[in-house]
Each structure stands twice: as structure tokens, then as C-alpha cells.
Design a binder for this molecule. Structure first.
Ligand SMILES: [Zn+2]
Length: 388
């Protein structure tokens, strides 16, 4: 590393401490659930210090992370039973509240920008909550219910079409956009002050949200489709322009397959090969024998990773399309498995990204906007619209 790179990193580390880094999407709660986290003494320290995963308090402090949106992720399988989806969402929310209660000297609720600002002054990490997949929202009243529980954004759907709208990953196109309930839900979210997250939804659902919502929206963990041609999960240039026209923000996802179309294709083809292999051996994915074969395949076919520079390319691209006011960070840490870019493997590494932006000539004001100000503008505006 050259002298100037060292100096840039030192400056980036300072900025990471100075600015209230707000990350739009951290899948820590579901990761804990998958690791069979229990609300007891034996598990209580995992959120503070852990060898596993991408988030804990110690690494967050090192990286200057202040307000990760803690995501209650609801897999599509829960959509068959919306009541069950609600119980599961509540259990993940309870988990986050329990962690805050156990560590009041480290974590706090992050219900609003002003609350987060106060917490940050006290050196606490704030946990605004999010619901990824609207499956638990069975009735319009549930929007206010989840708001009262601390949820501040709802991703309308996830991997499959649900009762609210179509998913970018699903080919069924059940509603050709939003369902009748989905249109009503968008209005209710405006009324309550709940942020609408347009990540994961289909293009037509996105445009219908833009026509319906009277408040700006976030894409909490999406990247630019320009770099992954044809992949609907990311946002096209036209969509980014439309989002910005309505004062919304795209928060860039760090997953390598979100960042680089070639890596995306390699991962797709590897997944297909594993599937074929298991099929030939008459094994299902959950079979213990299948795990071994899958692991062996992954070892033999190491997948490439994107880099800090690739993430910066996406930020550059949004800037070139619409300017500095519509881009933020939505890492998807703890949600994209072993696909994180070199230099951005966990919550301790945000300074590497800030250093790259400095290197590219971004000003401190620009970086402050990317770290939190842009997203906070949207959040405050949504609160204003709700209060009217
Ligand atoms: Zn997601």
C-alpha cells in the first residue's frame, strides 16, 4: 500500500467515526435464528463478540457503524400461512428487543433519525427494525401494529409473489405489479409513516408504487442493473431516475452477484451444476450426504468476489445518473453468505469503501450524504407526510 493510500485510509477511518453510518440492510436477526440463538445467558454475548457472521458490536465499533437496519426476514414459505408469518416476525423482533435490553450500554432502539442521533452521542449502536417480506401484514391494521413494535420499513415481498405484489425473482406475475391490497397498503404505509422498501419487487410493482406513494421510498439493498444486465433484482437506469425524481434513495447491496454480472452468471451456473449432480445421485438438498457433495463442489469451484472498487463503481453510476443525493449503503451483510467483496467482508470494513470514495475525489459532504444524510432526508420526509 502506498503512502497516499495509508493517508486516505486514516482519513476514511476518521470520517467513519464522525458520520452516523446507517446501513439499510443487515440480516443479523435471521442469521441468529438460523444459528439457533436462544434468549439466555449462554447466548447473550454473541451480539457483542462473535467469530461467526458479519455483524457484532466489536466489529461494528471498529467500522464506525451506528445504525444498521436490523431485518426481520420472513422466507416465502411463510406466505402459505400469514398468521404463522406474523408469529415468526414477532419472534425476530422480540429477539432484537431482548438483545437491546441485555446490553443497554451498547445497543438501543433506533425508531427515528433524532433518536439515533441521541444514541450516537451516547456512543450506542441503534437498531432501527425492518420487515423483509410483507407476508405478516395480513390486514391494513398490521402496518400500525408493526410500526408500534419498532419496524420502520417493510420490503413489500421477497423471493415470491405474495398477497401484496409481484417479486422480481418470480415468473408467475400474479398481479402484474401490486395487488388491490398492495395499493391500499402503500397508502396505509404513507399514513402511518412506514418506509416503503422497493427492493425485491418486480419492475411493474415498482412503477405502481411510484405512482401511488405520496412519500419518497427506499430501495434498501439493491444495486445497479447496468452491471448485471437483465437481472431484475437490481434497478435499471430508468428506475433509478424515477426513484430520484420522487426524492427516493438506492442503497447499494454488497453481494458480489449484485455487483458484477459475470460473477452472477458463474454463481448461477455453479448452482445449476450442483442441482444436476444431486439429481443424478437421487439426493435432495437437505440430505446430509448432499451437504458433503455441495461443500466439495464449492471447494473445487472457488467463486470470484467483487471488490471495494466494484461497490464504488455502483455509487459512481448512481451519481452520474442523478447526482449525489440519491445513493446510500444497504450492504445485506449476514444475508448474502460467502459472496462479499474483498475488503468488505464484515461491519468493520466500511472505512475501506470511504477511502476508495476519497480516492475518487468524493468530498466529505458527499461521503456524509452516502453514509446517512440521504436516507435520513427520505425518512424525515416520510414522517412529515405521515404527520400531515
Ligand atoms: Zn433481501
Amino acid at each position: 500500500m502506498s503512502q497516499t493510500d495509508d493517508a486516505l485510509l486514516a482519513k476514511a477511518e476518521k470520517l467513519a467515526k464522525k458520520f452516523i453510518i446507517t446501513d439499510g440492510h443487515v440480516d443479523f436477526p435471521y442469521r441468529l435464528y438460523a444459528e439457533k440463538f436462544k434468549l439466555d445467558d449462554a447466548h447473550a454475548n454473541i451480539p457483542v463478540s462473535s467469530e461467526k457472521g458479519n455483524f457484532d458490536y466489536e466489529r461494528a465499533k471498529k467500522g464506525g457503524l451506528d445504525a444498521p437496519f436490523m431485518v426481520a426476514f420472513i422466507p416465502a414459505s411463510y406466505q402459505d400461512d400469514l398468521g404463522k408469518a406474523k408469529v415468526f416476525a414477532d419472534s425476530l423482533i422480540d429477539m432484537v428487543h431482548w438483545i437491546i435490553d441485555r446490553h443497554p450500554d451498547k445497543f438501543a432502539r433506533g425508531d427515528s433519525p433524532s433518536m439515533i442521533e441521541r444514541n450516537t452521542k451516547k456512543d450506542l449502536i441503534s437498531f432501527p427494525l425492518a420487515l423483509e417480506n410483507g407476508a405478516p401484514v395480513k390486514t391494513l391494521e398490521d402496518v400500525a401494529y408493526f410500526y408500534q413494535r419498532g419496524i420502520r420499513y417493510i420490503t413489500l415481498t421477497h423471493a415470491k409473489d405474495n398477497h401484496i405484489c409481484d417479486s422480481s425473482y418470480d415468473t408467475a406475475r400474479t398481479w402484474n405489479g401490486l395487488s388491490p391490497f398492495g395499493f391500499e397498503m402503500v397508502k396505509e404505509m404513507n399514513r402511518v409513516g412506514m418506509i416503503i422498501d422497493v427492493s425485491h419487487i418486480s419492475d411493474s410493482a415498482f412503477y405502481q408504487v411510484m405512482q401511488t406513494s405520496i412519500a419518497p421510498v427506499l430501495a434498501t439493498h439493491s444495486s445497479c442493473r447496468k452491471f448485471t444486465p437483465g437481472w431484475e433484482r437490481n434497478m435499471s437506469d430508468e428506475m433509478i431516475v424515477e426513484l430520484a425524481k420522487h426524492d427516493g434513495v438506492i442503497q447499494i447491496n454488497f453481494g458480489s452477484s449484485f455487483l458484477d454480472g459475470n460473477i452472477n452468471a458463474i454463481r448461477d451456473s455453479n448452482r445449476a451444476q450442483v442441482k444436476r449432480l444431486l439429481f443424478q445421485l437421487h439426493l435432495t438438498e437437505d440430505d446430509p450426504a448432499a451437504k458433503k457433495i455441495t461443500n466439495r463442489f464449492v471447494e473445487d469451484h472457488p467463486e470470484p468476489y467483487a471488490t471495494v472498487q466494484t461497490v464504488a463503481d455502483h455509487i459512481d453510476h448512481v451519481k452520474s445518473l442523478v447526482g449525489m443525493d440519491y445513493v446510500g449503503i444497504g450492504s445485506d451483510l449476514d444475508g448474502v453468505g460467502d459472496s462479499l467483496p474483498t475488503g468488505l467482508k464484515d461491519v468493520s470494513m466500511y472505512p475501506n469503501l470511504l477511502a476508495e470514495l476519497l480516492k475518487r475525489g468524493y468530498s466529505e459532504d458527499d461521503i456524509e450524504k452516502i453514509c446517512y444524510k440521504n436516507v435520513w432526508r427520505v425518512w424525515n420526509k416520510i414522517n412529515q407526510v405521515a404527520a400531515q
